[in-house]
Design a binder for this molecule. Structure first.
Ligand code: PMP
Ligand code: GLN
Length: 383
């Protein structure tokens, strides 16, 4: 017999809704994954590296050329230089990166501040390490970051703060003012900052991604996490990374080496070559903005009220003008009766959420989005 370490935890809403979608043959706009083919160049690189014999353990820290390319990319985009030897580590996606960072940073009783709604892995990863999540609501009407409220919630137990920008599920992005506020607070209260930037290349309307490493003071106390899954339409490859100053990275590596030790070797070699062409990731903003706009236009006469996403490949809609039922029931009904799977917002909250908001993923081929839009229009006419 074992005593559950996460007694309140249910199966992930993403797995649940994808399974329901498959069962009812729905258009799956729930779980966040692209349905596009990978770039042939990336597949060719993978095949090349398989045949070239890159099939044994990679170094624990990651393939050197990949770490060098990441360091170069961060320097070019955000102006901060991480030492590829000592300050960058490849991980099995962002999920493992986040988990290992929490594992490294949190001691029992430490409080960790995070904004709600929050990506589903943060709170369990904090709790399993004995940490106490302290949640701050994102501020309506646009789910923005409220650092005055952050400062009010800081106590002498506060160890770290989690930032996710562009934000899943809200699509909000951190502003340069936010960065200044965060810098002041992190310095004043000596906080570690854990920054989930997996959607760094999906930002709209001429906004720019603000990476935490754009502030030198923050870079010195932050773990910056990203993932190639989102950027290169390859969520199944599970390759991401952590960038952090040497003193933090040394501790991270102690934990990482006993968590996975090393990450998929041919995928790392492939990304190392592929990253040399920035066009491959810089074109994403426009690509996804067109999809967001296509979705917004297609649903503009349904009664759904959008919170226009500034980034990510997710769009939130309020359906309170249409129905009183709760968001889980509404999402199930939309999947089973309407033939389109979506995600309710409540699983992104620890407790006590009774809003009427759903999340729609638009990382889909245009014909799939078109079919989804047409079905949602038809379904909502029936209310
Ligand atoms: N953070 C956020 C905000 C995400 O949306 C996701 C996955 N969609 C992850 C982390 C996990 O990324 P990965 O698939 O690389 O583990
Ligand atoms: N991050 C993806 C989403 O938000 C799903 C990842 C997962 O299924 N764990 O939909």
């Amino acid at each position: 017999m074992i005593k559950s370490k996460l007694p309140g935890t249910k199966p992930s809403i993403f797995a649940v809704m994808s399974a329901l979608s498959n069962k009812h043959n729905a258009v799956n706009l729930s779980q966040g994954f692209p349905d596009f083919d990978l770039d042939k160049e990336l597949i060719d690189l993978f095949n090349f590296h398989l045949s070239a014999g890159h099939n044994q353990y990679a170094p624990m820290t990651g393939v050197p050329k990949l770490r060098q390319e990441i360091s170069k990319k961060i320097k070019n985009l955000y102006g901060f230089w991480y030492d590829p030897e000592l300050e960058i580590n490849i991980t099995a996606g962002a999920t493992q990166a986040l988990y290992t960072v929490f594992n490294t940073v949190i001691n029992p009783g430490d409080e960790v501040i995070l904004f709600e709604p929050a990506y589903d892995s943060y709170i369990p990863a904090i709790q399993i390490n004995g940490g106490i999540p302290v949640t701050i609501p994102l501020k309506l009407p646009d789910y923005s970051f409220d650092f005055d409220e952050v400062e009010r919630k800081i106590s002498d137990k506060t160890k770290a703060i989690v930032i996710n920008s562009p934000h899943n599920p809200c699509g909000s992005v951190l502003s340069s003012e936010n960065l200044k506020d965060l810098e002041r607070i992190a310095e004043k209260y000596n906080l570690i900052v854990i920054s989930d930037e997996v959607y760094e290349h999906i930002v709209f309307d001429n906004l720019h991604h603000i990476s935490l490493c754009m502030s030198e003071l923050l870079a010195k106390r932050s773990f910056v996490i990203s993932s190639f899954g989102k950027t290169f339409h390859a969520t199944g490859w599970k390759v991401g990374y952590v960038a952090a100053p040497k003193y933090l990275m040394e501790e991270f590596r102690k934990v990482h080496q006993f968590t996975v030790f090393a990450v998929n070797t041919p995928a790392q070699f492939s990304y190392a070559d592929y990253l040399s062409n920035p066009e491959k990731y810089l074109s994403l903003n426009e690509f996804y903005q067109n999809k967001r706009d296509f979705l917004l236009k297609g649903l503009s006469n349904t009664g759904l009220i959008p919170y226009k996403a500034q980034g990510t490949y997710f769009q939130l809609f309020d359906y309170s003008n249409i129905s009183d039922i709760n968001d889980s029931e509404f999402s199930e009904k939309m999947t089973i009766k309407g033939g389109v799977a979506v995600i309710p917002l409540s699983p992104f909250y620890g407790q006590n959420y009774n809003g009427k908001v759903i999340r729609i993923c638009f990382a889909k081929k245009n014909e799939v989005l078109e079919e989804g839009i047409s079905r949602i229009n038809k379904f909502l006419e029936s209310f």
